[in-house]
Design a protein around this ligand. Structure first.
Ligand SMILES: *Cc1c(COP(=O)(O)O)cnc(C)c1O
Length: 414
């Protein structure tokens, strides 16, 4: 095992021997791309013509005034193609895949957002694409599966184990071992074996680089605090990267507090004390696991934050206290989302709404001379079923019942 890819004691690459040459190839390609300035220019060009970069920063005028503290600014990653920061990572890995001369990509996805982003990239680059998804998730995420298939991806429903994300990860690795020569595995967040955490962070750092400059242009100084939600940690690492060396900027990661503390109720690995250090899924970090290393159940209203592990880079930044970790509960998150929709006309994804909830809680304590920046990692179109349920909207219920009845009539007629 190699020594590179460690962030204090976290990270590493705990991979089967057979995959070592593939990881070496990937690391070399990634390091060469980093050295080659034309690669980053090509990446920026692609993102500006395909995915609305540079994304703007929006000031929340109404809520800043209502809360009466810091000026609140929002980095608009929701404006990316497919509606989230995930585009930054998959398009970057697409360019790298082409550079390595590979023609096929695979990915695993839980909620389906990373699957849609990867299928989009594959359609654009002309790659074959296979997406692994737990059978339960395929059933729950029909709209995303629909778009992946329309884009030409093969969606494989994994029937092993709990039929969710971790079983899909195992299947994707099995595929990779059999097809290393022509296939790249597009990992979706800043987790997994080295070089993924570092490479995904590099692609996502485009968020932070833009944000730092935009805040200086806009307000004449740096924000006092930067807030980001933390699932695997890629959008957080992306925006934090821009401010890492600015010691006066406090970085705040917000995890899924779910229904509150207690095993199985949340997915807060760093904000609560329920997680412990371990090695799983090819890397070392804090996992929500029991004493025998069995992964625990997690819960969050937002599928994208519902994960047992966390970026090893964030575990290290937690340990050396560069990033402060907090958790927002499901109820607080839905409330923060509704407040943002109602008063600003922005529709943050449930994941992103964790960052909004914490920022709204803290903004009144700061001075109006200060500004704070929230990373709006994505938009909530995908969350309409969950949110409509959470706010118990009777007209939505009626709509679903009517729709189902219309299908039933069609089936009876056929
Ligand atoms: C997937 C997703 C996340 C969680 O992933 P990170 O790697 O932690 O950024 C957050 N927000 C949105 C909108 C997502 O789609």
């Amino acid at each position: 095992m190699k020594n590179s890819g460690y962030y204090s004691q976290f990270g590493g690459a705990f991979i089967p021997e057979i995959l070592v040459p593939t990881f070496d190839e990937l690391e070399s390609a990634y390091l060469a791309a980093r050295e080659d300035e034309s690669f980053w220019r090509e990446y920026q060009e692609l993102m500006s013509t395909y995915s609305c970069r540079a994304t703007p920063i929006t000031r929340l005028d109404n809520l800043s005034e209502q809360l009466g503290g810091a000026g609140i600014y929002v980095k608009r990653e929701d404006l990316n193609h497919t509606g989230a920061h995930k585009a930054n990572n998959v398009m970057g890995q697409g360019l790298l895949t082409r550079r390595m001369g590979k023609k096929r990509v695979i990915a695993e996805t839980g909620a389906g957002q990373h699957g849609v982003a990867t299928a989009t990239m594959a359609a654009k680059f002309g790659f074959d694409c296979t997406i692994y998804m737990g059978a339960h998730d395929v059933a729950r995420q029909r709209p995303n599966v629909f778009w992946m298939e329309q884009m030409g991806a093969t969606v494989v429903a994994v029937n092993e184990g709990s039929q969710t994300l971790k079983d899909a990860i195992n299947e994707a690795f099995r595929d990779w071992v059999s097809n290393m020569d022509d296939t790249h595995y597009v990992l979706g967040t800043a987790c997994g074996p080295h070089p993924f955490p570092e490479m995904v962070t590099w692609f996502q750092s485009i968020i932070g680089t833009e944000s730092r400059k935009q805040m200086l242009d806009r307000t004449g100084k740096l924000p006092a605090r930067v807030y980001a939600c933390v699932g695997g940690g890629s959008n957080a690492m992306g925006i934090f990267s821009g401010f890492m060396d600015d010691k006066e900027v406090e970085l705040v990661g917000v995890e899924a507090g779910g229904r509150g503390t207690g095993v199985g109720q949340h997915a807060a690995r760093l904000a609560y004390d329920d997680a412990s250090i371990g090695v799983a899924q090819g890397y070392k970090t804090y996992f929500l696991q029991d004493r025998d290393g069995q992964m625990q159940d997690t819960h969050s209203v937002s599928a994208g934050l519902d994960y047992v592990g966390v970026s090893p880079i964030l575990s290290s930044l937690h340990e050396n206290e560069r990033v402060r970790f907090e958790a927002a509960t499901d109820d607080q998150v839905v409330e923060a989302m509704q407040r943002t929709v109602r008063h600003e006309g922005l529709i943050p994804a449930l994941e992103s709404s964790h960052a909004f909830a914490q920022a709204y809680r803290e903004a009144p304590d700061l001075s109006p001379d200060d500004s704070i920046l929230i990373n709006m990692s994505g938009r909530a179109d995908k969350d309409i079923f969950t949110v409509a349920d959470a706010v118990d909207d009777p007209k939505w219920r009626e709509f679903i019942i009517d729709k189902a009845a219309a299908y039933q009539r069609e089936m009876n007629d056929a």
